[in-house]
Design a protein around this ligand. Sequence first.
Ligand code: GUN
Length: 294
Amino acid sequence: MADARIIDGKAFAARLRAEIAAKTEAIKASHDIVPGLATVLVGENPASEIYVRYKSKATREAGMLSFAHNLPEETRETELLALLDRLNGDATVNGILVQLPLPGHISAQAVADAVDPAKDVDGFHLINAGGLVTGGRGGFIPCTPQGCMMLLKAVHRDLTGLKALVVGRSNIVGKPMASLLLGENCTVTMAHSRTRDLAEECRQADILIAAVGQPRLIKGAWIKPGATVIDVGFTRIEGAEGEIRLAGDVEFAEAVKVAGAITPMPGGVGPMTIACLLRNTLIAACRQSGIEVP
Ligand code: GUN
């Protein structure tokens, strides 16, 4: 069998970002609106620092305003909530993103629920999360699963009836991903650390979304021939010479020989997350100004 089609998330995201930049320019010209995104980073997690820097850079490149708030590790939850209160009330800020994970003394859900749902471009607020589960409410959809769904639709025009397996049950990816797949009429199974026979679950899946953060957990031999594989994993591991490398959740070199289509890592899901964040920020700015998204 021929090797799988490689799903080029980097190229897809570049097209989406160019489209968003053009729309951003259009609303500036027609309504003098410049979307603004506030990022909040607490502590010095090196991976989070890089992600937030990428997000800010992409925001500026789209013609939007980026407001970066970097707080020390020992910031109290009440201080963070007070900052969110100020950002909620700031008309130049259309979207708010609090980078996760947060230090252990801060409740991620309390923080998510303190963001104005209209500015919740991560889609983590209870109202947006609940809206996605109950379907069709028009709230914000979390960026990573939104990007995964765009890539899936680039491969399958119609997902109806396909068996989808989501490995990982996080609020950021796994759970919203399952809701999106259900919305596309897939038959959805969720697997996690207590799943009895992960290999067997994988063998049945026409669509496999790997989002557990365990490097190369999913073996090539577990994949159903012809399946579409989306690898959300992005873990820093130490190579043989002590160098830091990035590893996905899927054993790519073997999986590519069996799958029908597969995302590479890097260059698969990661760029889509950022593009979808910009998309949500543009939508937030338009809604807050009462105009249609161009
Ligand atoms: N940490 C890992 N992924 C994400 C994300 O999509 N949004 C935020 N805020 N933090 C994350």
